[in-house]
Ligand binder design. Structure first.
Ligand code: GLC
Ligand code: CA
Length: 552
């Protein structure tokens, strides 16, 4: 008899590492990262201690949005390798005890996808209804796409437009069409059958559009209005998401991580509750603290640490009440966290450790984005020509259109560009950082001779925090314990308690630029982790800016 119990919540115990394949490791020296490169670096990831890899899109793609524009869901982009090489990566990772999850992009395809090509070629083909085409001499409404300009693109030679929430080369699939949904489900199941552990699910809250397709009052000088109002987390999405889960994920013991911006906290139970659509979701409420909206970078905020802390606490409470969260500081769409959350003059390895210690022990599954574990910084670029990211280019020109100077526009883009985290991974201080022997597709960060994978104190610290969460006598508390924030501390101090069956672990971090004195919630038994030199008495601890301590 097989009495092994299948743990449906195994993903709560994982530490997930995000790889941006184009920038991780180039194995054949063409300047572009690839699948054999990832395989080559598995021992590094094993030593780091992570248990699951999330690899950003590796499918066939013209790479307009670096793979988030898929032209064949079931083939590998030749720049990255072959299906055989992917299978080898999967097998090798498995032998090291590392699971792999892939990026599932099903809101849209590339315009080079066969379905879209057939839809364009023949207006009577059934593929027209795979996408959202509207007849007319003018754009059907005034919605602005996420990457700028109208969501509507004219079909050459016809009085007809198709809808794209992202770039014009990323036409949206028509989820109202049952045949489209079934085709996607079959594709998803084939990947799960192959043995991947699950998916990170891209832009999934955009699959339902308000069927009235009506205009709204403009919110910019371009006369357009953000399409999010009519295309993101709209009524009716529930039936698509329940069906998606039922037809695919439910049949496997897999993990699903939803990229679900725009979901209010009241709706978290539907998304991540016991019968929720996903295992966990990313919550962007505090990640986007520096901008009013993740897609309008000229709308910067003057955020304070107190506000950040408030958003973080709200987020953790909402996730705990509803289910489980995916905790992250960085990803391929965000700036480097050290540049975003730490004030100038304090961007040191110790501060990187302080941030790491602050977020890593929150309740949820921690995600680490490549290079975050090295304490990397944003790249400062001097001209818009140096950017690759389509949304950087759009934000630059939109800022100017909104009345900012080119210099201001460049500053906004430098602060927020998605290219900040897409720079090649620096493995060492040699030319091109050991990423490649060829000039990389995107320039390395300036500091790579100092900040790289060779002898790096932040990296050693990440190994320590991973080991504490995964393999120590406080692991179960850190993995499965509940969270409660301590309120008797300064606005600049994030302090929380994790507890499980009367056992507790405390985390206290100073996120401000002043020295803070904190009354300890109890006498320290054991210091599990600390970032800067300790200065404490029996009852108090004095924390330097960005200093963090974990104890029980
Ligand atoms: C998600 C991805 C982003 C991509 C967009 C369109 O937000 O994270 O990189 O550009 O979806 O697929
Ligand atoms: Ca390559």
């Amino acid at each position: 008899m097989n009495n092994s119990i299948v743990d449906k919540n195994w993903w709560k115990d994982e530490v997930i590492y995000q790889v941006y394949p184009k920038s991780f490791k180039d194995s054949n020296n063409d300047g572009i990262g690839d699948i054999p490169g990832i395989k080559e670096k598995l021992p590094y990831l094993k030593e780091l201690g992570i248990t699951t890899l999330w690899i950003c899109p590796i499918f066939k793609s013209p790479m307009v949005d670096n793979g988030y524009d898929i032209s064949d869901f079931e083939d590998i982009n030749p720049e990255f390798g072959t299906m055989l090489e992917f299978d080898e990566l999967l097998a090798e990772a498995k032998s090291l005890g590392i699971k792999i999850i892939l990026d599932l992009v099903i809101n849209h395809t590339s315009d080079e996808h066969e379905w879209f090509q057939k839809a364009l070629a023949d207006k009577n083909s059934k593929y027209r209804d795979y996408y959202i085409f509207k007849e007319g001499k003018e754009e059907p409404n005034n919605w602005r796409s996420i990457f700028g300009g109208s969501v509507w693109e004219k079909v050459p030679g016809e009085d007809c437009y198709y809808l794209h929430v992202f770039d014009k080369r990323q036409p949206d699939l028509n989820w109202e069409n049952e045949e489209v949904r079934q085709a996607l489900y079959a594709m998803i199941n084939r990947w799960l059958e192959k043995g991947i552990a699950g998916f990170r699910i891209d832009s999934i809250t955009f699959i339902k559009k308000d069927q009235d397709y009506s205009s709204l009052p403009a919110d910019g000088v371009d006369g357009l209005v953000s399409c999010k109002n009519k295309t993101r987390n709209r009524p009716g999405i529930e039936s698509f998401l329940s069906e998606l889960r039922r037809e695919t994920f439910d049949k496997y013991n897999c993990v699903t991580v939803g990229e679900a911006p725009g979901v209010p906290y009241e709706e978290f139970p539907q998304f991540i509750g016991d019968d929720g659509y996903f295992s966990m979701i990313f919550d962007f409420h505090y990640a986007d603290i520096d901008v009013e909206s993740g897609s309008d970078w000229f709308k910067r905020t003057n955020w304070t640490t107190a506000e950040f802390k408030e958003l973080l606490m709200n987020s953790q409470h909402a996730l705990q009440d509803a289910g489980w969260g995916a905790n992250f500081l960085e990803n391929h769409d965000q700036p480097r966290v050290l540049s975003k959350l730490v004030k100038e003059g304090f961007r040191t390895p110790e501060s990187a450790m302080g941030l790491a210690s602050m977020y890593f022990f929150l309740r949820g599954t921690p995600f680490i984005y490549q290079g975050q574990e090295l304490g990397m910084l944003n790249a400062e670029r001097t001209s818009i020509q140096q950017f690759d990211d389509i949304s950087s280019i759009d934000n630059y020109y939109r800022s100017i259109e909104e009345g900012f100077t080119p210099k201001e526009a460049l500053d906004f883009v430098n602060l927020r560009s998605r290219d900040n985290t897409r720079t090649p991974m620096p493995w060492n201080s040699s030319q091109y950082g050991g990423f490649s022997e060829h000039e990389p597709w995107l320039a390395m960060t300036e500091e790579y001779p100092e900040i790289n994978g060779k002898s790096n104190s932040v990296l050693e610290f990440y190994k320590q925090i991973i080991d504490l969460r995964q393999n120590s006598n406080v692991s179960s508390i850190l993995k499965r314990g509940s969270i409660e924030f301590l309120t008797d501390v300064s606005d600049n101090v994030v302090a929380y308690e994790r507890s499980l069956e009367n056992q507790k672990v405390y985390s206290i971090t100073n996120l401000g630029t002043n020295v803070e004195e904190v009354q300890l919630p109890k006498a320290i038994d054991k210091i599990l982790l600390h970032t800067h030199e300790l200065n404490r008495t029996e009852s108090k601890i004095t924390l330097l800016p960005y200093q963090s301590i974990l104890f029980n």
